[in-house]
Design a protein around this ligand. Structure first.
Ligand code: LLP
Length: 467
């Protein structure tokens, strides 16, 4: 049996990362490393990140957006959204590919800084920033803080004053009323949710004149009134796992209109517009990911037309993709345990394949009814397939990893199973439910693997328990 990972077949293609293929004897190979070797070296379950793929996506997004906006004369900056998954190595990779890093908590900020990302290339978000998080961001000298609520204006400005610093760049996060995203919990710009400030006029304010009487513009004016702050721009993030490009274009138009209105009344035309992240990816074979080239060109064209119609020069643009960079670059490798045929009410049989992880390493199926794709990874398996459900080892029936998938009929205990596209919001949302230690994260590239985040152990869990 060869495990060198050389030779072998064609790459599998989406939803797998770019280097995933079947090796000569039919086992999966990722980054040139046979999954059996990964399991032996690092154990299972394990998150596997394809470094070449991740870097290519980061670089590709940046260059695609830059190229699309160049003809209309606008510069572009891409922030990697750390919440999708951050560790020191990933922070370094995205930084070396020319991306900045978007953080939403002190924890994410701390990892980005520790990794050596220059503070000026880090942004801080958060709908409930603590005083400590604001202080850490200011002391580090982050490039921008995104204001999410009215009281943050004075809280941040006072903290700047205390430090006797020059003005700090801030953006104001707005909600445009555009609904988008794969699930209600991850669409973030409709009215009845906690993020941002509405650009829709508040009837309780003034005469209700369009955007100028909106909570968003009120906060922008408050920023302009504080000399410790510089209003760098307007931020709009409309949701996550968005596959329909229309929402981005609609939000862009609204943000540019607010920017122009603010300029008319205050004389201040802000430099930057951030359109957030949310670019959708393929999770299942046949899924079509958002076409970046298309959306980048559409956005650039719409930006050019809208700015011309409004009579304002274009701002620079920034984006904050997380999932689109790290999601497809990751897979999770599990070992199969119990295999149980279950007779369904209609008389058919579903094969329940239990793996050695579950909702603690991927909460997305339970939380968002997210669908994933899996294959038998350690061998080709029988040609005949059976309808299967991949489940975890946790004590609830909602502990589903892959709801519906055809797997080889001879799948059995000891096989390795790979689940595609788990790089985003897998490890970053992992828990140690049932006191199952969280898996480690391993990078693969050019035939070698290296642990980026150590697997948690029972001892780690006990170390927090003070008895
Ligand atoms: N920027 C802001 C301000 C955000 O709130 C988010 C995601 C992003 C950027 C990155 O979005 P992405 O490009 O990754 O879609 N846990 C959910 C996703 C929550 C997204 C929250 N905000 C999931 O597993 O689907």
């Amino acid at each position: 049996m060869s495990e060198v990972g050389g030779g072998g077949g064609e790459v599998l293609g989406p939803p797998w990362s770019a280097t995933v293929r079947r090796g000569v004897d039919g086992a999966l190979v990722v980054g040139g490393v046979d999954v059996r070797r990964l399991a032996r070296t690092h154990g299972t379950p394990v998150y596997v990140l394809d470094e070449v793929d991740l870097r290519a996506r980061a670089r590709g997004l940046r260059t695609t957006l830059e190229a699309a906006f160049a003809p209309v004369g606008a510069e572009v900056d891409v922030y990697y959204a750390a919440k999708a998954f951050l560790c020191v190595a990933v922070a370094r990779w995205v930084h070396s590919e020319g991306l900045a890093v978007d953080t939403a908590t002190g924890g994410e900020l701390g990892v980005a800084l520790f990794a050596g990302v220059p503070a000026g290339r880090i942004g801080l978000h958060g709908n409930n920033k603590s005083d400590d998080e604001i202080a850490r961001a200011l002391d580090a000298g982050v490039g921008r803080i995104v204001i999410d609520a009215a009281d943050e204006v004075d809280r941040i400005a006072d903290a700047v004053a205390l430090r006797q610093r020059g003005p700090v760049d801030v953006m104001v996060r707005v909600t445009t009323g555009v609904h988008a995203g794969g699930h209600e919990y991850i669409s973030t710009s409709h009215e009845d949710q906690k993020f941002g400030l509405s650009v829709v006029a508040d009837p309780a304010v003034g005469g209700g004149r369009a955007a100028l009487d909106s909570p968003a513009v009120a906060v922008m004016r408050a920023v302009l009134a504080r000399p410790e702050l510089r209003l760098l721009g307007i931020h709009s993030h409309i949701g996550s796992q968005i596959l329909d490009p229309g929402g981005f274009v609609a939000a862009l138009g609204k943000v540019l209109a607010v920017r122009a209105a603010l300029a008319t009344t205050t004389g201040v035309l802000v430099d930057e517009v951030d359109l957030g992240g949310g670019f959708g990816i393929a999770y299942l074979p046949g899924d079509v990911a958002l076409d970046f080239e298309r959306i980048a060109k559409d956005l650039a064209a719409a930006a050019g037309d809208t700015a011309a119609a409004l009579g304002t020069p274009l701002p620079r643009f920034s984006f904050e993709p997380g999932r689109a960079i790290v999601g497809p670059a990751g897979l999770t490798l599990y070992e199969v345990g119990t295999v149980k045929p279950v007779r369904l009410a209609d008389g058919s049989v579903r094969t329940y394949v239990s793996v050695d992880g579950g909702m603690s390493d991927n909460i997305r199926p339970a939380l968002y009814q997210a669908d994933y794709h899996a294959v038998l990874a350690s061998r080709p398996g029988a040609a005949e397939t059976v309808p299967a459900r991949v489940v975890g080892k946790h004590c609830e029936s909602g502990d589903i990893v892959v709801r519906d998938v055809q797997l080889p009929a001879d799948i059995r205990r000891g096989d390795l199973l790979a689940v595609a596209a788990t790089g985003a919001y897998g490890r970053s949302m992992a828990s140690s439910y049932n006191l199952v230690p969280r898996p480690g994260v391993v990078a693969v590239a050019e035939g070698a693997s290296r642990e980026l985040v150590r697997r948690e152990t029972d001892a780690d869990l006990l170390a927090l328990d003070l008895g």
